[in-house]
Design a protein around this ligand. Sequence first.
Ligand SMILES: Nc1nc2c(ncn2[C@@H]2O[C@H](COP(=O)(O)OP(=O)(O)OP(=O)(O)O)[C@@H](O)[C@H]2O)c(=O)[nH]1
Ligand SMILES: [Mg+2]
Length: 452
Amino acid sequence: MDDTIVGISTTQGVGAISIIRLSGKDAINVASKIFLGKKLNEVDTHTINYGYIVNEKEKIDEVLVSVMKKPNTYTKEDIVEINCHGGISSTNKVLEMCLLNGARLAEPGEFTKRAFLNGRIDLTQAEGVMNLINSKTEQARKMSINQLNGKSAFKIKELRQFLIEIIAQIEVNIDYPEYEDIEQLENEHLKPKLYKVKEELKKIITDSEHGRIIKEGIDTVIIGRPNVGKSSILNMLLEQDKAIVTEIAGTTRDIVEGQINLEGILINLIDTAGIRKTEDVVEKIGVEKSLELLEKNDLILYILNNNENISEEDLEILNKIKNKNYIIIINKNDLHSKIDINKLNHFKNIIYMNTIDKQGLKELKEKIKELYKLDIINTNEMTYITNTKSLSLLKKSLKEIENIETGLENDIPIDLLEIDLKQIWNNLGEITGETFQDELINQLFSQFCLGK
Ligand SMILES: Nc1nc2c(ncn2[C@@H]2O[C@H](COP(=O)(O)OP(=O)(O)OP(=O)(O)O)[C@@H](O)[C@H]2O)c(=O)[nH]1
Ligand SMILES: [Mg+2]
């Protein structure tokens, strides 16, 4: 991190203004070498300075240069931002001048990485920055700004603190059994504490899964036999004729996608080829794709035709998706009913619909809201962990805490269980990017002052 980095901070392309950002101990020097105007080494911090970017021969662009001296900057290092005219060639030229005068091209996310390494933000906040940039809906924006403000990290740090207190108490019991004035941590005392950790972990995991939905939307696949009205339902939801609809079975071959916004949550819809046994090579590939999509999506809309009986193939697929999030739509309810509804006795979330007068549309939307509790998602109250690795660390921790509980039931010695507790503590530390072993030792002593 000794070097000075440079990058274009605005979108590449033609625009009114582009910003080229420098960060590092030579940021101001590099800018001075190519700037014609006030002496940047001598200007006050957090000032904007008018002038030109120049090389030996000519003026390259007319610019405004912001000088921000450490530590009150985004990266906690010296930062210079050059506002130049937003053409592709002038922006690239200014960047090139910075590179020729001692800066190195920044890697993606490197400014934020420096902010983390220099201790200005933790890992979850860094994730928040990325999420904020990528927010597609108002809900996602609100959630990211909370994450950026450190709310998620706070909850995890609090949980780590609670764990360290348990670990510390176990250590005291092991190392100083003769200290009678110190409360011995009996299994009975440990149980409610572990329960609390477990419940907190569960809540963070649920929140994070909701968070993923807010961020990315609900991936929803529309599945069913040919001609039941899948593409008509997609078109109805999108309010446009995106997919081809005909009375010929096997119309849709490839997937057709679209997006709707439901209460600020994106529903990513995929219409598929109707599932049936077919000798047609193209259709066959389509059917295989449909079956594959069953596995990959958050929500399955399984479509049946009110005017036909339920086939063995339908039941086979329905049984496969029983443990997933699904809604069964009985379409074409304007037609005479030939469906044997008793065959669906073991299934829930059934909606009658027709795409002619849009009956059932409202109910479908309500059902999705209910399944994903979209009404009660409160972005303010959420502890939201976005990256997959962190989420898997949380899930791993939950498993570990359950193992500890079982261990306690089976009278496994407490010092063995303590190793697992430390592991959970480490896992949580990895999520916020805090260090582990040394910190553990320091914390232990700072809390108990047993060195006296
Ligand atoms: N009566 C009636 N007809 C419908 C309804 N929905 C769709 N249809 C008709 O059913 C036929 C098939 O509709 P599609 O939407 O193409 O069906 P699909 O499931 O996408 O069919 P494939 O792509 O072949 O798998 C068309 O003629 C539609 O007009 C409905 O609610 N009522
Ligand atoms: Mg279709």
